[in-house]
Design a protein around this ligand. Structure first.
Ligand code: ATP
Length: 576
């Protein structure tokens, strides 16, 4: 049973066992809530006998019933308390655990997985889906199982007591359930559509917030609003459709169920007139009939909610099953040559982004990747740091296959300066310190000086303590890039990946940074992507990437003489 719950609801073993306990306690609670009714019947039965034949005296005194009622109340309270603890408190523990697990899964996903679009989706899965799931688990799942079992037990007891009247009570249940079941498939489709619409909208919103500047500068506000408006209208329609459909199915089932009451009244009256049953049995059935449809209705309502749950659980399962990147955590290679051996890679199944890439970026050398835009240079740099796992060939660091190394352990050996610098809304000092968490202030200042940050930082209102706004919005592109270089200098890792690192610098700063980088890259493995040819002329090796393949490789001198793609790119840039 525990295994079944684990699989069905994506729970941990403890979560599944707590759910089972919650169901058992909910059943006990449902039965305990019937105890006052039973006591009431015993009391009525006894005292009605006394009323009907005054010569007899009741078996138990009134005081006995009062004490019993108080005891029952205390027992019910205790049971309800345990039920609450299990159904509510424990499920919150489980959902906290599932959020942590998801976050752990995210930590182990390929870094490049975190494209902007995915982030809205991921955070909505972690927060919104997990919240919905915890609400449904505390409010619906134990109740459904418990109500079904309670109703079945009560039904069996009633059939033993009087099967004809029980038939009159229960004939409506399969009819109502059939209506509900038939509408379920369609409801499920509508819920799926609704869920997808919500995800599309949150992606769109995220996109709008991320590219607010572009939308404004290209005068795209009206188009964007129109698209978003269209999506919101679609969502509204889907929601209305979903609500109407669920409401119609539930209400129809409810009306059908309620037909049970008149049928018990009429059929019971007939049996009473025939003398088959007595007034007491008739009353008992009337009271039970009035009460039993509510839990049945609750089951149907909760089943409708479960449709939402299934969609969300599938989504959580899908995320939990995404291929994770794991590997050895103790990783200290003998040397730092990075070697690509016949590497093939695709972002999408049908498009080959890289084909048969083989080259070595040697320690102590600068290896430059050049070539036309979209050729695959950034992809190669990202693969070298295991941002994605490759499908064909191997990438080794110091002779070790990097797909066997834990990404965090691997990245300890890399300093990365990419085009899109990410900065945090904290001080300049803390942003640079990210390169080396335990660096002293003096070390940070030194790195900042080498990266030519000192001059502009000193002009900020609080110098190194100035907060730089979300993603460094208060800084220019070149300043942000210099902070990123300072980080890399501070980290001083043996492998350096530079992707257009000096793209947004003016000529004066660029030459200063070039000399700083010259210090930084000594005896290191450097893989640099640069569009500006003068940046790569000093490289030891050039690898020209075109259409996902290596078109040329060799020293700048050799390639110049070869008069191929590199030579053409060089001439073209100098002519400009
Ligand atoms: N995350 C991604 N998902 C799908 N395709 C991608 C992704 N990143 C890059 N690509 C595609 O892979 C190909 C290679 O891109 P890449 O960024 O590696 O080229 P590049 O040579 O670095 O280009 P540039 O010089 O313009 O930066 C391109 O066709 C690009 O559209």
């Amino acid at each position: 049973m525990i295994k079944y719950f684990q699989n069905k609801y994506a729970l941990s073993e403890k979560g599944a066992s707590d759910l089972l306990k919650a169901i058992i306690w909910t059943i006990v609670m449902e039965f305990s809530f019937m105890a006052p009714v039973v006591l009431g019947f015993i009391f009525l039965d006894e005292y009605m006998q006394v009323l009907l034949s005054p010569a007899t005296s009741p078996q138990n005194s009134l005081r006995y019933y009062v004490i019993m009622a108080v005891v029952l109340f205390l027992v019910m309270f205790a049971i309800a308390y345990f039920q609450y603890r299990l159904a509510y408190t424990k499920i919150y523990e489980e959902s906290a655990k599932s959020r942590i697990n998801l976050a752990e899964t995210l930590r182990k996903l390929p870094l490049a997985f975190f494209g902007k679009k995915d982030i809205a989706d991921l955070s909505s899965t972690i927060m919104e889906d997990a919240t919905q799931i915890e609400t449904l688990f505390s409010h619906a799942v134990p109740q459904i199982y418990a109500s079904v079992i309670t109703i079945m037990v009560m039904g069996i007891m009633m059939f033993f007591y009087n099967w004809q009247l029980s038939l009159a009570v229960f004939w409506v249940v399969p009819v109502a359930a059939l209506v509900f079941y038939l509408s379920r498939k369609y409801q499920s489709t509508v819920h799926n559509e609704l869920y997808q619409s919500k995800r599309v909208i949150s992606d769109k919103m995220q996109e709008g917030l991320d590219s607010a500047q572009e939308i404004k500068s290209y005068n795209q506000e009206a188009t964007f609003s129109k698209e978003l408006g269209g999506l919101l209208d679609q969502l509204e329609n889907d929601m209305i459709k979903g609500e109407l459909l669920t409401g119609a199915a539930i209400n129809l089932s409810y009306v059908l169920l309620k037909l049970g009451l008149p049928s018990v009244m009429l059929y019971g009256a007939t049996l009473l007139a025939q003398g088959t049953i007595n007034v007491f049995a008739y009353l008992v059935f009337m009271v039970i009939t009035a009460r039993i449809y509510n839990p049945i209705m609750d089951v149907m309502n909760n089943l409708a909610l479960l449709l939402y749950l299934n969609v969300r659980i599938d989504r959580m399962k899908e995320m939990a099953q995404m291929p994770k990147q794991e590997g050895v955590t103790a990783f200290n290679p003998q040397h730092y040559h990075v070697e690509f051996k016949n590497v093939g890679f695709s972002y999408q199944d049908d498009i080959e982004t890289l084909k048969d890439i083989s080259f070595t970026a040697r320690q102590g050398e600068v290896t430059a990747l050049v070539g036309p835009s979209g050729g695959g240079k950034s992809t190669i740099a990202k693969l070298a740091a295991r941002f994605w796992d490759i499908e064909k060939g191997a990438i080794t660091l110091g002779g070790n296959d990097i797909s066997q190394v834990d990404p965090e352990a691997l990245l300890n050996h890399y300093s990365i300066v990419f085009q899109d610098v990410t900065l945090f809304n904290s001080s300049v000092l803390e942003n640079i310190r990210l390169g080396k968490k335990d660096a002293s202030d003096v070390e940070v200042f030194k790195a900042a000086q080498l990266a030519q940050c000192d001059e502009f930082v000193k002009q900020l209102p609080q110098g190194y303590d100035t907060r730089i706004g979300e993603n460094g919005e208060k800084l220019s592109g070149g300043e942000r890039q210099r902070i990123s270089i300072a980080r890399a200098i501070l980290k001083d890792a043996p492998i350096i990946l530079l992707d257009e690192a000096t793209a947004s610098l003016d000529a004066e700063n660029e030459s200063k940074i070039q000399s700083a980088l010259g210090e930084l890259v000594k005896n290191k493995t450097v893989l640099i992507i640069a569009h500006r040819m003068r940046t790569v002329l000093g490289a030891d090796k050039i690898v020209v990437i075109k259409d996902g393949m290596i078109a040329e490789t060799g020293s700048p001198q050799v390639l110049k003489e070869k008069k191929g793609i590199f030579a053409t790119m060089l001439t073209a840039q100098y002519e400009r």
